[in-house]
Each structure stands twice: as C-alpha cells, then as structure tokens.
Design a protein around this ligand. Structure first.
Ligand code: ATP
Length: 357
C-alpha cells in the first residue's frame, strides 16, 4: 500500500467566461486541507462550485489562479495523467464490451505491466470488493450498484494517492445508495486513501465524511466534522442546509467568558457561548426539531401539523408569529397531539446554538 497523501488547495479560483462574455466565478479563493487518509465531502446547493473544485483536482479544469498541492507537488497546471489521482464517475464510465476483469485491468495494461502482476492485482481488488464471481460478466449483465463497485475497483487498482468521487451514487435507488455508501466508507478506511467526494445529498455527506466542506457561491462556508456542522453551524445558511433547523431570536441578558443567558420571549435559558455577542445584543439562534422537550412548561402553542413518521412524530406549532418544527422520537408514545390542540414544550438549553450572523 502507498503512503497516505495530504492534499492542499491554496487560494484556488476558477473564473469561466461564457458565450456572452460574462464572467462566472465558479470557485472563489478556496483554501482547504485534506489530511492524509481523510475522507472529505464537498457539499452544497447546485451551482456552488463543488464539481469545478473536483475537476480542478483531477486536472479536467485548469485553475484561473491558486495552487493544488498533492503531497509536496503543485499539480495545478498538470494534465490528469500526470497527477496522482483516480476518479469514480456518476455514470460509472465502464467499457461496455469489456468484462469486469478487463475493465479493472485496463489502466494497468496501458502501463504495460507484466501479465502476472496485472492478474495478481486484479484478483486482489476483486476479492476486496467481494466481486470474484463477477469477473467474466460485462456491464450490461450487472445492476447499477454492481457496476459502480467495478468502477470503484477500477479506480482503486491504480493505487493513486488520492481518490476523487463525482456524485457516484446518484443513479442508484435509495436503499442501494445507503448500502454502497457504507461499502465505500469501509473500503476507503481499509485502503486508507485520501478521498474527496462531491455530493448534494446531506445524508450521504454525514454518513461518509471525516470532514464536510459546505460551499456556497464558490466559497467555503464551514469545514467541520459531521457533528460540528450539524450541532454548531456557523451561520443560518449552514444550519438550514444540513438537517432541519428552527432559526429564532432572543436577547442576551447576561454573559461571562463561556456562557450566556438568553431571554426568549420571557423565558431565560443559559447556554454555551459560541459568538462574540454580549449582554444587550439581539441574536439569532438555532434549535433542531429534536431538541425540544415535549411536555415542558415554558411554552404552549396550537399544533398546525401533526404527522406520524414511524421513527418519530413531526409537529409544527405556531408561536410568536413563527412556525416551530418539533419532532418527537417516541413512536410508542400513547398520546399524540392533534392539529388544533395545544402542545406544551421547553427547550433543551444545551441545544440552543447562537449563530454568528
Ligand atoms: P451541481 O450540484 O448542479 O453539479 P456544482 O456545485 O457542482 O453544481 P459547478 O458545476 O461547479 O457547481 O458550477 C459552479 C458555477 O460555475 C455555476 O454557476 C455554473 O453555472 C458555472 N459553470 C460551470 N462550468 C461552466 C462553464 N464551462 N462555463 C461557464 N460557467 C460554468
């Protein structure tokens, strides 16, 4: 196995010029470090610049400015074949007339490696992917999930330092996506290859990543572990983009170094300090639907939506002119509250997260 490799993007910018001579800044001064062996997902809404960033890493686009270090080499201006990267594509990109064995062996044959070595490496990868029984099938004889496994095997066999994924699971159905996601994660950890994965599916990013990068309009909004991004988003955009979030307002009535007291419509909660705000400041904060304490006495409001979802029950209540999303993880609870009835609840102070802006 090769040494794990660090990847660094430094002041990376890509400006496209359209047919009508308009300039589109697809990636805007991005700085990012992918530590050796790390799995990093680029996540964000359509058009935020994730694919362009990945394509610059692969060498399919040349940056307008900035540097891309793979190990200690700046590869920003090199062609794809001169970089230590391999890519797994959304549409599998397998050769339809070649069987699984030959698809996987293709890159090694181009390198003119001895036949015996090719056989040994392909056999090893087939075993790793648990695909020994598929070696002689052609792509049309396999399911989408199986084809994507071949495509992953074909990238892994090159033993590159960096693996790039361009939404590889988006053509698969929901159940298979989860299965493949777990498989990719397991194999990536086993092989230890530094990986960068583009997706707009937040659950996929949560399930795969050591680190998630949230992008918007070509810029990075936040980099953090799935837990940090979910529980401590830096701003409203990140809070809304990952999971469901209630964004509410309160006034800080007291603060010290680590804690603040927040007045929310006459109820005061003490919570962790996450911003530079102080006493007297009006602030926005986030609380997730699952962080309300149903049955608590602090607030009472009429229910406007009440839906049993199996693993949890979803409520919406109207209070202070806002809709609060509240979810209860208790499917066996006897009492559910119907639309029009009142729901009483409190907030879990430790789950109140004050936002920067
Ligand atoms: P999606 O999830 O829809 O694939 P994305 O986050 O991957 O979106 P990019 O494909 O990187 O976004 O595009 C970023 C921006 O750059 C978009 O505004 C897009 O229209 C623009 N763009 C991308 N490629 C070109 C091009 N060849 N010429 C002009 N503009 C481009």
């Amino acid at each position: 196995m090769k040494d794990k490799i660090k990847v660094e993007l430094r002041n990376l910018t890509k400006t496209f010029v359209t047919n009508k001579n308009d300039q589109v800044r697809a990636v805007d001064n991005v700085n990012l470090t992918i530590n050796p062996g790390e799995f990093v997902c680029l996540l964000g809404p359509s058009g935020c610049g994730k694919t362009t960033t990945l394509r610059m890493l692969a060498g399919f686009e040349i940056p307008t400015s900035g540097e891309i270090f793979i190990g200690d080499r700046n590869v920003a201006n090199l062609t794809p074949d001169k970089r230590d990267t391999a890519m797994v594509f959304q549409n599998y990109a397998l050769f339809p007339h070649l069987n699984v064995y030959d698809n996987i062996a293709y890159g090694l044959k181009l390198q003119k490696l001895p036949k015996a070595e090719i056989r040994e490496r392909v056999d090893k990868i087939l075993k790793l992917m648990k695909m020994e029984d598929f070696a002689l099938r052609v792509p049309s004889e396999m399911s989408g999930g199986q084809q994507q496994r071949v495509s992953l095997a074909r990238a892994l066999i090159m033993e590159s330092g960096v693996l790039l994924f361009d939404e590889p699971l988006s053509n698969l159905d929901a159940k298979l996506r989860i299965h493949m996601r777990d498989e990719i994660r397991k194999i990536q950890k086993q092989v230890g290859i530094s990986s960068i994965y583009v997706t707009h599916d937040q659950e996929e990013a949560m399930g795969l990543s050591d680190k998630i990068v949230i992008m918007r309009d070509g810029t990075i909004q936040q980099v953090g572990s799935p837990r940090e991004i979910y529980q401590k988003p830096v701003n409203e955009f990140v809070a809304q983009f990952i999971g469901r979030a209630n964004i509410l307002e309160g006034t800080i009535v007291a603060d010290n170094k680590d804690r603040v007291s927040l007045d929310i419509h006459g109820v005061v909660y003490e919570t962790e300090r996450t911003t530079g705000h102080g006493a007297g400041d009006r602030v926005k904060f986030m609380i997730r639907p699952e962080s309300f304490l149903i049955g608590g006495k602090d607030f009472t409001a009429p229910v406007t939506k009440s839906v049993f979802m199996g693993s949890h029950h979803e409520y919406e209540v109207e209070l202070f002119g806002k809709i609060f999303e509240i979810s209860e993880n208790n499917p066996m609870r006897k009492v559910t509250i119907d639309v029009g009835e009142n729901l009483s609840f409190s907030m879990d102070p430790n789950s109140i997260h004050i936002l920067e802006q």
